[in-house]
Design a protein around this ligand. Sequence first.
Ligand SMILES: Nc1ncnc2c1ncn2[C@@H]1O[C@H](COP(=O)(O)OP(=O)(O)OP(=O)(O)O)[C@@H](O)[C@H]1O
Ligand SMILES: O=P(O)(O)OC[C@H]1O[C@H](OP(=O)(O)OP(=O)(O)O)[C@H](O)[C@@H]1O
Ligand SMILES: O=C(O)c1cccnc1
Length: 483
Amino acid sequence: MNTNTPLLTDLYQLTMAAGYWKSGKAEQEAVFHLFFRKLPFSGGYAIAAGLGDVVKWLEGFQFGKAELDYLATLPGRDGKPLFERGFLDYLATMEWRCDIDAIPEGTVVFPHEPLLRIKGPLIQAQLVETALLNIVNFQTLIATKAARVCLAAQGEPVLEYGLRRAQGPDGAIMASRAAFIGGCVATSNVLAGMTHGIPVRGTHAHSWVMSFDSELESFEAYAQAMPNNCIFLVDTYDTLEGVKHAVTVGKKLRESGHELAGIRLDSGDLAWLSIEARRILDEAGFPKAAIVASNDLDEHLIESLKHQNAAISVWGVGTKLVTGGEQAALGGVYKLGAIRDENGAWDPKIKLSEQAAKVSNPGIQQVRRFTLDGEFRGDAIFDEDHGCPEPTHIIHPGDVQRTKQMPEGATHEDLLKPVHRAGKLITSLPSLQDIQSRCREQLTHLHATIKRLQHPHEYPAGVEQTLHERKLAMIKAAKETTP
Ligand SMILES: Nc1ncnc2c1ncn2[C@@H]1O[C@H](COP(=O)(O)OP(=O)(O)OP(=O)(O)O)[C@@H](O)[C@H]1O
Ligand SMILES: O=P(O)(O)OC[C@H]1O[C@H](OP(=O)(O)OP(=O)(O)O)[C@H](O)[C@@H]1O
Ligand SMILES: O=C(O)c1cccnc1
């Protein structure tokens, strides 16, 4: 199915677009920000991901004949066409003309920070909301999960095994991409390998063993067929007997000039079995044979197995990685920050809420990150139109009592970088490998307490004080004028 079309959207984006067109607001310049309010997995950080696919999706942002013909068939509540011909003719000539600034993929990010900023004709910036959220929410969720899993594995390789249990074919490809960004070294998903250049790896299933009269016979046949990819799944009948069969075949492999790459454990007590398997392999002269483990793993189980001194050297993680496990979605949102008035001045916009953390930030936002002694020390969300005063004070987005000054002597960097200008890509996008390296490097700048799984320390990310004060004034004014 081709999802590279502007129809990958909610109908209400198109009804609003028709409204903007009809009321003469379509071309009015607006700024939207895409951000999330709450970190996933009760964690201490998230990893930005999805921008590469956003850029690809926007390459297909044209209303072609098929799309327009379909839209022309949609009925309103009275049975007459929902969309006027004039509006559809306008869509037919539409070309993507917005500016995009984005936090590069693989960057550690925090609540309320715009991951994407879209500036351009109101109608266009509005029409892309749903697809951008779909792409960025999912990939940021999975890249974050992968980073957590990989940190728990303490640098040992993590393989992504999720295709069979992912949320559909497209979700699986995006999950493989995001999992690689978060630190997985390879995927079992061959199409993701071809599409994104992710290394592919694989062992064999229980069915292979079961299709032979004995396990030993199955390993021997596999060694004949795949002498350069021998990782035997040893738990079909009796795991430690399976390890011994792997050793028997490993010795024959060696005689033919090949090496036993390892074994895979997929059930039972993975700590005890891995320790026993390691002993058998070492004593038989296979100290380099890897022990791969799989079976419903996630970051918590991996951390527990590490505490139990499991002798696992490669981690195969599927379902809980590619689906997000305990968290099915990242709740990222897309909000209007400002709109240009008739005089050409930016008019900041705010969405009110009873909950402080749900009141949107007004203006044209940028994120400034402060680094001291190689450690990320805090982020300030500020309005680019007003600048970021120094020294910089930030206010906690959900609790105005909590303020913090960014440390003196810290260096700083603005995280949102130009990607599109007037609809054209003006930067070269990094390779997936470079994005993965960035993610790994970024995580080294976070204090260990922010990365721990249980009750992590909260990273200081907040609204710059003068922006906060303007926001308070806008809330007050809005409450006074709202009937
Ligand atoms: N030492 C361990 N400590 C904590 N959890 C473990 C340990 N060993 C295995 N597990 C996990 O316990 C869960 C249950 O594993 P177990 O193999 O007993 O059952 P299972 O998944 O039903 O087995 P099967 O795959 O054969 O159906 C799995 O998620 C597995 O990863
Ligand atoms: O547990 P996950 O993290 O989702 O990892 C993927 C799982 O998929 C396979 O099991 P499956 O029973 O589908 O097939 P197999 O064991 O016969 O290979 C594999 O053995 C893993 O257990
Ligand atoms: O290659 C493997 O071991 C594999 C692939 C997919 C799912 N589970 C295991």
